[in-house]
Design a protein around this ligand. Structure first.
Ligand SMILES: Cc1cc2nc3c(=O)[nH]c(=O)nc-3n(C[C@H](O)[C@H](O)[C@H](O)COP(=O)(O)OP(=O)(O)OC[C@H]3O[C@@H](n4cnc5c(N)ncnc54)[C@H](O)[C@@H]3O)c2cc1C
Length: 449
């Protein structure tokens, strides 16, 4: 890579979640100048607003790493700025300002719904609403949540377990049933995330659910022993469940309709029962036409997210489309955005993390993906001439005014210090200000004192 003390390359990384931060770090270590644009005031993405609050050690460790990344001299943080078609700054404006490549790491911002009748009933939520509420993402802090006694969660992944853990930590007495469209062998959660709620498992109910799926599972080589081992491992390290929460699971069921009561609140779900078939090496659920209606006064969809469709890039299957024939594949993966209508690569636009593959994997995986994506960007930059240094500020000066207070790394230091002081004063393990206005107020106050 041809960088010198006078010249370098200039890249915009859009989205400062784990993928954006690690991509920026990788590029900066190779001598590239990076501006990291982020919609939220604070960096971290789902590491700040997704990971369960009691995973304090993990959150603190990640924050320490993120702070080190933002302190790198060739990385400039620009928080509270939304990029994209409907945002404060458009992709073309970044190009015109002199950014030589754009790395999109905006995550998966659009909630997945199934489009079922009754999804608009009271008592129906998307898991993200709840996660963002308890993690105090500003727009969600004041969300009114009204959980009943009979909660159905659609989905059997780690986020479903975080929701059960939240209901437990809120001491909300209820029966929670998680519904999977496939069998017990295909659950998507891990032992560690199950641990905090494993003591609440209603084992007889789960055994009955597994038994009813047993024959169908056996037909596709399912491994229910592995499922039982997962539960047993989590239970050896779990604590007693004394909050009145009972946790059940049910399998081979796809919701088809939510049924409301005369006050407009959900009261039941109509499921179609599934069978399992092997297709192209995958176990897939196929509806049998047989229906079953079960009571539920709260329904939470925990079925992942997809990328923001209004960002201005082509979307297919919930992800930004990447080139089928990349110029710079890394480990066989394409990081290059592609426009299928024009059959054209968007030469200077790259994508990684959950923006490339929505809702896939944990922070470690997002990091690996971001670093591979950054390698693709580096290969592309090598085809270009470096620009003269000092261009970060001049490029920022050429951008249109975002029309709001842009937050930089020094502002973040003020904010983090104020949060730590508040936490100490209130005797809390962590503290977050409630709104963007409050955060900006704290920053302004810190600058004048
Ligand atoms: C509920 C939940 C719990 C999880 N728990 C764990 C866990 O315990 N351990 C673990 O390792 N992983 C966990 N994960 C997974 C982990 O959070 C993800 O792997 C990781 O955050 C994905 O990183 P990302 O940077 O691709 O996306 P994100 O984290 O979503 O970051 C995207 C960033 O882009 C910004 N952005 C979005 N749109 C724009 C725009 N238009 N312009 C500018 N900026 C924009 C956002 O503000 C955000 O900062 C969890 C995920 C969820 C949903």
């Amino acid at each position: 890579m041809t960088v010198s003390s006078e010249t370098s390359y200039l890249v915009a990384v859009i989205g400062a979640g784990p993928a954006g931060l690690y991509a920026a770090q990788y590029l900066a270590r190779k001598g590239v100048n990076v501006v990291l644009f982020n919609r939220d005031i604070k960096p971290g993405g789902l590491a700040e607003y997704g990971i369960f609050p009691d995973k304090l050690k993990m959150r603190t460790g990640l924050l320490a790493q993120f702070k080190r990344i933002l302190a790198m001299p060739s990385i400039r943080y620009q928080g509270n700025v939304t990029i994209g078609q409907a945002g404060d700054i458009q992709l073309d404006q970044l190009r015109s300002a002199g950014f030589q490549a754009l790395m999109i790491t905006t995550g998966a911002q659009q909630k997945n719904w199934l489009g079922l009748p009754g999804e608009d009933l009271a008592g129906v939520y998307h898991a993200n609403d709840i996660v963002f509420h308890y993690n105090r993402l500003p727009q969600y802090v004041d969300l009114q949540l009204d959980f009943g006694q009979n909660v159905a969660v659609i989905g059997v992944g780690n986020v479903m377990l975080d929701i059960v853990n939240y209901l437990k930590s809120e001491q909300h007495p209820c029966v929670v049933t998680a519904y999977g469209r496939r069998g017990p062998s295909q659950v998507k959660f891990d032992t560690q995330t199950l641990e905090p709620v494993a003591g609440c498992l209603d084992l007889p109910a789960i055994e009955a659910a597994v038994k009813s799926a047993d024959l169908i599972e056996a037909g596709v080589g399912g491994d229910v022993d592995g499922f039982y081992q997962l539960l047993a491992d989590a239970r050896t390290r779990s604590t007693v469940c004394d909050t009145g929460l009972t946790f059940r699971m049910a399998f081979l069921r796809s919701p088809r309709r939510l049924i409301g009561d005369d006050r407009g609140r959900v009261r039941a779900i109509s499921f179609e029962l599934n069978e399992l078939v092997s297709e192209g090496g995958q176990v897939v659920a196929r509806g049998t036409g047989q229906m079953e209606t079960v009571a539920a006064d709260t329904v939470i969809f925990s079925i992942g997210s997809q990328v923001e469709p209004d960002f201005g890039l082509p979307v297919a299957d919930g992800n930004y489309v990447t080139s089928p024939q990349p110029r710079f594949p890394v480990d066989g993966i394409s990081y290059e955005v592609y426009n299928p209508d024009l059959c054209a690569r968007c030469e200077d636009i790259f994508v990684s993390g959950w923006a490339r593959k929505a809702s896939e994997g944990i922070v470690g995986l997002a990091r690996k993906d971001a670093e591979r994506g950054a390698r693709a960007v580096l290969s592309y930059l090598e085809t270009l001439e470096p620009v003269s240094l000092g261009t970060i500020q001049s490029a920022l000066d050429r951008l249109p005014d975002a029309g709001k207070r842009v937050v930089d790394a020094a502002d973040l230091e003020i904010l983090w210090t104020a949060e730590a002081e508040q936490a100490a004063e209130l005797g809390l393990p962590a503290f977050k200000f409630k709104t963007n206005a409050e955060m900006l107020g704290v920053i302004e106050k810190g600058l004048t004192t």
